[in-house]
Design a protein around this ligand. Sequence first.
Ligand SMILES: [Zn+2]
Length: 571
Amino acid sequence: MLWTKTHIPTLREDPADAEIISHKLLVRAGYIRKLTAGIYNYLPLMQRTLHRVENIVRQEMNVAGAIEITMPVLHPAELWQKTGRWDTVGKEQMRMRDRHQHDMVLGGTHEEVVTWIARGEVRSYRQLPLNLYQIQVKFRDEIRPRFGLMRGREFTMKDAYSFDVDEAGLKIAYRKMAEAYFKIFRRCGFDVKMVESDVGAMGGFAAHEFMVPVETAGGEETILSCSRCDYAANIEKAISVPLTIPKTDEEPRTKELVFTPGMKTIEEVTSFLKQPAEKLVKTMIYLADAKPVAVLIRGDRTINETKLKNHLRCLELEMADPSTIMRLTGAQVGFTGPIGLDNVPIIADPEIKSMVNFVVGANKDDSHIINVNLDDFRIDEYVELRRAEAGEVCPRCGTGHLEAYSGIEVGNLFMLGTKYSEALGAYFVDKDGQERPFVMGSYGIGITRTAQAAVEAFHDDKGIIWPKAIAPYDLHIIPLNMENDQHKQIAFSVMEKLENAGYSVILDDRNERPGVKFNDADLIGMPVRIAIGDKGLKEGIVEIVRRKDLSVEKVPIDNTAEKAIEIFKEL
Ligand SMILES: [Zn+2]
């Protein structure tokens, strides 16, 4: 392909709204253009990368025995109402009414529709197991679309759904998908990790995520993994091992109101009162489906909101706003405490049980209470809500320690069980003639997200460094001077040889200065580039450059194509 015959609008400046490097690079290198918040056009280079990711996914899904179909983007709301997700998915779902006033939904996932297919088409255990998948656009009305394709409102996914006669069958299907995912992501160039995750709104009883570890700000999830065994989990899911708390022989004292003017944060209070954070109890007020609940946790700990949400079985959990806190406690944010909090249920992390003479907010502006003990207030329930942290003992092997790293979720697996089949009445007849609900699993891969994750994981200060399997083109040829017939003739003949050998090539035929062409080549990131210029030609050589480390090989002109292929294959 000639540069002037395609469209690669590279830019000099980073886009103003991009927060992470992969988003900046994809815009600057001319891969994507924003239409509106969270919705992008994929320009020619992006389109090629997406096709390559899709093809890898498709090949491995087919090898794993999954069958490709296409389901509609537009769904009738009734299906979602029947499974209850019309309520649970809530505002993230794109909804509309058709001209007959029927509620319609733009699909963000397809459990309902695929279960509807199975209900109509699959009657007997003899037709099972079955795994149906598609590669298709999805919609999610993100409250705050950001990070380019990473958290978009319209994106492409591969979604697969397995149907089995029983849980044993589901486990086999799940394992097959996990194996396929490892193959897919390794082919895409990632050192991917499979970690335990929360089932969330999807329901079911087990879930895993495939994470690409990154050292940049683009890693939006924190993973904890064991230094000794294979335990790895999303921090929201990671089990915090109940702590063995040393007994204190401190005698309980009498509580005392202290003046703490403007001291609202844990840091401010601890330094003002000269008490360590372990001597504080934080009182956080949440709204669980608009109902207030207070949660107590030690000052130096973090509440795992996923655990809290699961415990409360609520659809929406958010921190209470300042006016609600004022109404419930009579004080500003920062001075909330459990004493006298009569009108709100109080949940406490069990670590509180062993605390003596601690500090709490006084429910009075600019005031805390010191020397507080458990007798001084009411606790309705103890629930393990502490978020696991790096450095803790591994919950699986008990000997290793948890290490934290940041990652991008590129795939997920869910054991759904019979949630969807029962809700939608999707039954088959088993070998004893009994009707039973399908036992289901669901398996997603973010195609657009995987492409951007590669940029987040592989780049340098000059631009993108594509893994070779998903680069838009394998090789990039740069004749330094298009007005020089010899440069042109060599460039075109090398392109022809490479294309005949089955490689994809972009040839920069612009009348631009060499510096511009090299900068753009670094920016758009093809794995191997071939530069043809006067200096080399005098010595009978061309330069072949590996994008990943910019290392240069000087090769004889006549061997250019062969040598470039060799270098490409070795990458
Ligand atoms: Zn371990």
